[in-house]
Design a protein around this ligand. Structure first.
Ligand code: 9D3
Length: 267
């Protein structure tokens, strides 16, 4: 898969491309990350990418011409226009695991990073195929968001992750889409259970006894219960959109009951 990132800060991506999953995918040939300096697509002496907003107001807005030229050059080079052109923007639809899975099926994706107050709306209307936000908080520009998209999509590409860290085991795999991957086992649609490693006691805090018991059925049930409990406390919205098995319903009932009991009953 080819990622074409259009940005005024191509160097921003250097360290993330040299580490972890992006580095590995590039080395393994599963992904190629190309950075395009937006200023290369300007035509004035000062390489101007922004201008003052019509109608007045604070800040500057990205001009349309350099972005259109950049994407048109990519389409010409590819000999095709049949790929998503994603404008990272706070006004976009929200990035979810389902969106990542959708992008992972593409051969190529263009990521347009804005800065300042925003990007001329004609880019969103007539150049981008969609606008994408990574969450309801304010970033300074699209670069960090583009990096997040690259990460979440790349780790889904075939051959990028080993079995040890299979993406099919992820908490959110299939949560939004219910695709074939979500049927493959592992915990889906709810948060992960707690994990522990040695030492069995650290500063007086003991690892739950059941994990040392060797009773695999009891461990499985404990993990499922703790995952459901964490989800119930932190992300009840996830539980609401889940069809619960009989075991899950029983475990949740236990969790609700335990939460009602006075703390003194749990020494
Ligand atoms: C403080 C400026 N805001 C005025 C009300 C609007 C605004 C403009 C530009 C807010 C953020 C940005 C820059 N953000 C992005 O380019 C961006 C983003 C984000 O801020 N949050 C979540 N996802 C994304 S994707 C791109």
């Amino acid at each position: 898969m080819i990622f074409d990132v259009v940005t005024i800060f191509p160097d921003f991506f250097s360290s993330i491309l040299e580490h972890g999953v992006l580095q590995r995918a590039q080395a393994g040939g599963q992904a190629e990350f190309r950075r395009h300096d937006l200023r290369e697509f300007t035509d004035d002496r000062h390489r101007t990418v922004d201008d003052r907003p019509f109608g007045g107001g604070p800040g500057m807005v990205f001009k349309p011409e350099p972005l259109f030229r950049a994407v048109e050059a990519l389409k010409a080079e590819a000999g095709s226009a049949d790929f998503p052109v994603v404008l990272l923007s706070p006004q976009g639809r929200l990035l979810t695991q389902a969106v990542a899975e959708e992008f992972a099926r593409k051969e190529r994706i263009v990521l347009l990073c804005g800065r300042y107050e925003g990007v001329d709306e004609r880019v969103a209307q007539h150049l981008a195929t969609e606008e994408l936000s990574i969450g309801d908080y304010v970033l300074t520009g699209g670069e960090l968001a583009a990096a997040v998209v690259m990460e979440v999509v790349t780790r889904l590409l075939p051959g990028v992750l080993g079995n040890e860290e299979s993406s099919e085991q992820d908490s959110f795999a299939g949560a939004g889409s219910g695709g074939a991957e979500s049927a493959a086992g592992g915990v889906h649609g709810i948060l992960d259970c707690p994990h522990y490693t040695r030492p069995a006691e650290f500063r007086g805090w003991k690892v739950p006894e059941v994990l040392l018991s060797g009773n695999h059925e009891e461990i499985r049930r404990w993990r499922r219960r703790r995952a459901l409990e964490k989800t119930w406390r932190q992300r009840p919205d996830l539980l609401a959109s889940l069809s619960l098995s009989e075991e899950d319903s029983g475990l949740l009932e236990e969790i609700r009951q335990a939460a009602l009991e006075p703390a003194t009953r749990h020494p």
